[in-house]
Design a protein around this ligand. Structure first.
Ligand code: ACM
Length: 604
């Protein structure tokens, strides 16, 4: 069996070659977006980006060509837009086709400029005194460094502490802010001052990093350092692709090395709900796997079967892994849209009299829950309370992005709700829904986080002290900040690390927001000029990784590295001091660290 595919302007040209005669096989595959068949077969079934195309009889050894085009003139950008998870269903059998080459092809890291102190994120102040000291590790009899000792072991950067290392002396300085630290590196030893465990942790992370980026020759001088933002996040979409718990922990290790402190765990979306909640078990039981014979077909690279769930033990382990690294885990459940799977499992969460024909941006019909259904409130109440209760951060992300045009328009029950509650638009209904859900959470002592759209609606949106995440750009975040919301900046044009690095068709990744070369991750300001009035409301920066085209865990590595260096710098660096040149220099300095972690980078 063979499969090849290529792009030709708007077209995706696929060739299937069978090694035996097959009568009317059905070619099953997913793409990045819904498509039509231009030539070579008949579309017999489609759910969003998943397609089944009946082919004519296949003759052994003779390739059969199928030409596809995305609906709406969507232009395929690169290899990630070719068929994923392709297989044939023929004569009662599932016949897997070889996967097309997947993932970023490594490129050359262009020359950069090496900063004096090779560390990401850059420190607030570096006062060199000249000279250096040769170091292979540090010596301390304190247990306080245990999290860094273990991190160093796991990442291959250890040992951090050794019997005859450079003395590492701790000081408590109550004047320092919680996550701040001061290091004085001399020939006879290092003093590390902090006022808290997290400050001490970050001071030690700086030492561990310098040990490797300066090849064992620590420069002498004083470092004073503190973060600009309290929220320094990385998001991972574990709904479209099931990432193993070990991959999540590895990502947390990398985040900790870059002083990032929030893991945003996106485990629920149209395609799956992956945490083994006890309150609504059918939700994960019926969406854990997709493919042949499952409730949901092989969407987004699922093939004949793909998926998985996180047990409550996995959840506890992931949370604990993060806590040891000063990383809090933010769970996300997605409502009211991006709920296709949930509505399939629990049809009572929609109004069955709804005649609306809305389609989500990713091509799903009926992916919006109805806030006019009592069952919706019963299920969401249980689910949000259980999920929030599992995560000690005290925050739960409720989603609220991308409500499709036309949602609820054909629903008599929503019409009645609007009348009763004095709501007129779709945004009003959404704002009312989010506020009610947030109010339920608040009763249980939890606070909401949501995507930028949750600020919409005549009632002022979700309220309840919610933190909103600005993703389509920075404008919606700035507007929401002026309306009184705290904001995390995640502008897709700069920190969506699922975007391809370049416009090359031989690259890999999404393209709807931008192509994001390394330098673009820092070519923006979390508080842009003109928004100084709401500077205090911008509480952080978060990178995102969406997994629509991810078919194996390792594919995220070069999407994140080295670009995550830019995201981490934006989140921490008070001086916002990096240039594209220095970021490239630092990316080079971090190659030994990525190598030590066996973490593949896009550039070297
Ligand atoms: C998003 O990217 N739809 C939050």
């Amino acid at each position: 069996m063979n499969l090849s595919a290529r792009l030709d302007d708007l077209s995706i040209i696929v060739e299937v070659t069978s090694d035996r005669p097959l009568s009317a096989p059905v070619f099953c595959f997913s793409l990045m977006a819904p498509a039509k068949v231009v030539r070579g077969g008949t579309l017999v079934q489609a759910v969003a980006s998943y397609h089944e195309v009946e082919l004519p009889d296949l003759v052994p050894g003779t390739g059969h060509e199928i030409v596809l085009q995305h609906l709406g003139g969507f232009r395929p950008a690169n290899r990630a837009w070719l068929p994923l998870g392709a297989y044939l269903r023929a004569e009662g059998e599932i016949i897997e086709l070889p996967a097309l080459p997947a993932g970023v092809t490594q490129g050359d890291l262009p020359p950069g400029e090496m900063p004096d102190l090779r560390i990401v994120p850059p420190v607030t102040r570096w006062s060199p005194v000249g000279g250096q000291v040769s170091v292979t590790g540090f010596v301390s009899d304190s247990d306080d460094f245990e999290p860094v000792v273990q991190l160093a072991e796991r990442t291959g950067l250890g040992p951090f502490l050794i019997p005859d290392g450079l003395p590492l002396i701790q000081e408590v300085d109550g004047q320092l802010a919680t996550e701040a630290y001061r290091l004085n590196i001399t020939e006879s030893g290092v003093s590390l001052a902090a006022s808290s465990e997290s400050g001490r942790f970050y001071g030690a992370i700086t030492l561990l990093t310098l040990l490797h980026t300066h090849e064992g020759q620590l420069p002498l001088g004083e470092i004073e350092d503190a973060p600009r933002f309290e929220w320094r996040g990385q998001h991972l979409d574990c709904a479209r692709h099931f990432f193993e718990p070990s991959t999540i922990k590895r990502l947390m290790d990398l985040m900790a090395l870059l002083k990032m402190n929030r893991f945003h765990w996106h485990f629920a979306d149209d395609e799956a709900f992956r945490v083994e909640v006890e309150s609504v078990p059918e939700l994960w039981q019926k969406t854990a796997f997709r493919g042949e014979g499952e409730l949901l077909p092989g969407l987004f690279g699922g093939g004949p079967r793909a998926g998985g769930t996180y047990s409550l033990d996995d959840v506890a382990e992931i949370i604990a892994h993060g806590q040891a690294l000063n990383i809090g885990t933010l769970p996300e459940i997605e409502v009211p849209a991006h709920s296709y799977g949930m509505a399939k499992v629990l049809p009572g969460l929609r109004d069955d009299a709804d005649t609306g024909a809305e389609t989500s941006v990713q091509g799903y019909p009926e992916n919006v829950l109805s806030p006019a259904s009592d069952q919706t409130w019963e299920v969401l109440g249980q689910l949000s309370a259980e999920v929030a209760g599992l995560f000690p951060l005290g925050l739960i992300h409720l989603g609220c992005d991308e409500l499709p045009d036309g949602a609820w328009d054909g629903s008599p029950a929503i019409d009645a709700l609007k009348k009763r509650e004095g709501l007129s638009s779709r945004d009003d209904v959404q704002g009312w829904t989010m506020a009610r859900l947030a109010g339920q959470l608040a009763e249980n002592g939890h606070s909401p986080v949501a995507w930028e759209e949750a600020a919409r609606g005549s009632n002022g949106g979700i309220g309840h002290g919610a933190i909103l995440q600005s993703w389509s750009g920075q404008g919606p975040g700035i507007d929401a900040a002026r309306a009184g919301y705290d904001i995390i900046m995640s502008p897709a044009q700069h920190v969506y690390l699922d975007m391809a690095h370049s416009a090359e068709t031989d690259d890999w990744g999404a393209s709807w927001a931008a192509f994001i070369p390394l330098e673009e991750t820092i070519n923006w300001s979390p508080v842009p000029s003109g928004a100084e009035d709401i500077a205090d409301r911008i509480i952080g920066v978060e990178g995102c990784f969406w997994a629509e085209f991810t078919t194996s865990d390792q594919q995220i590595e070069p999407m994140l590295a080295p670009r995550i260096l830019g995201v981490a710098s934006k989140a921490w660096d008070i001086r916002d001091s990096l240039t594209g040149e220095s970021l490239r220099g630092l990316a080079r300095a971090y190659l030994p660290i990525f190598d030590s972690m066996n973490w593949v980078t896009a550039l070297r």
